[in-house]
Design a protein around this ligand. Sequence first.
Ligand SMILES: Cc1cc2nc3c(=O)[nH]c(=O)nc-3n(C[C@H](O)[C@H](O)[C@H](O)COP(=O)(O)OP(=O)(O)OC[C@H]3O[C@@H](n4cnc5c(N)ncnc54)[C@H](O)[C@@H]3O)c2cc1C
Length: 388
Amino acid sequence: MLDATLTRNADLALTDEQQDFVRSIRDFSAREFGGDRLREITRDYEDLHSDEIARRMAELGWLGLTIDEEYGGSGGGFFDAALFLEEIARGQAPVGAYAVTLICVGALNRFGTEDQKRDLLGRVAAGGALAIAMSEADAGSDVAALKTSARREDGEWVVNGSKMWCSYAHKASHVLVVCRTGEGSSRHEGLSMIFVPREADGFSMTPIQTLGGTETNELYLEDCRVPADALLGVEGSGWTQLMAGLNNERVILGAQALGLAQRAFDEALAYAKERAQFGRSIGSFQAIQHKFADLATGLTQARLLVRSVARLTDEDPDRMLPQEASMVKLATTELAKKCALEGMQIMGGYGYASEYPMERHLRSAVVTTIFGGTSEIQRNIIAKTLGL
Ligand SMILES: Cc1cc2nc3c(=O)[nH]c(=O)nc-3n(C[C@H](O)[C@H](O)[C@H](O)COP(=O)(O)OP(=O)(O)OC[C@H]3O[C@@H](n4cnc5c(N)ncnc54)[C@H](O)[C@@H]3O)c2cc1C
């Protein structure tokens, strides 16, 4: 059984081995970056990805969970990765680049050549990071409007264009760039994905200042030359490859948001039990109790949803689950925002103060309903699956 104060009903469905796994991540988090350590490691929450912590996690086999053993991973499933992501987000692990890296790993597992897998999956299993660049200044929700192009020349790809919002590109050895390599009868044709090494000539980036919680960049590709074998999968199949990865991406971002929601909840609950006003703990007021009852219900719903969709993905990685994956993304990210906002209300002025982490949780939560497809886009997809 998990620590009594941390027991959650959805955890009871985990095997003993999975519970041990969760417990070991929890212990690692408390030991390595619990308390004031996190502030030191992240230089006051400025640097949300520590290469050192990533390397330590890699040594434990955690960063290669979805990577086959022959490429240096531990050959686990997507369910294990969802458990891991939830738990590291809950523990505030300074390995911000891991979620986007995992999205790239999914693409490599499905479409990578043997050489690409050996090189890139091996790096990830050892603690390295990858990034993905789809969005552009004029291509956000409408990704197919992207203009970045690549042409073949002298046995190489020459990439030109610019990308917005590429998270953790500054930590990645390679960025998976979605670009136009040809024309087709629709905007969804003629797209391809190319791995651009961070050190490639003609490739540069500048950081984008944000409200916080994610480190993201604008990328510039100016006659950037990469070898022909940097192409992922079949030329012109970029859109199909992107769609195939969406189940994974939405569950990955969902598990992460769930962990953040749980963290905000845990801190607010501990506070409500300690803080006294009018001679009694604020947690004894029914108005506060009902907030926790609603949030706890949302957390259990979200956890059951994330885990069942992760299980379905493991059963058949080729099965498309657009409705369920969008529900995961929508439910978990909106919940993360709600937990942090309610957490702030429950903590009163102290929730708003920078000295306490709740305001940081709120800033981290706000972006989760924007990146990886906004809540409006997830609702559009769900509505479409209902025949609307
Ligand atoms: C911190 C951060 C990190 C990111 N990381 C990455 C990354 O690593 N890689 C990457 O490729 N991208 C990344 N993104 C980009 C992200 O995926 C986009 O911001 C997102 O898809 C929305 O695009 P947009 O910002 O251009 O908003 P827009 O698409 O311009 O949308 C603006 C508003 O209009 C709404 N809207 C748009 N179309 C519709 C519609 N059809 N129906 C209803 N409402 C609609 C949106 O929901 C939103 O509310 C990141 C973004 C942020 C902020």
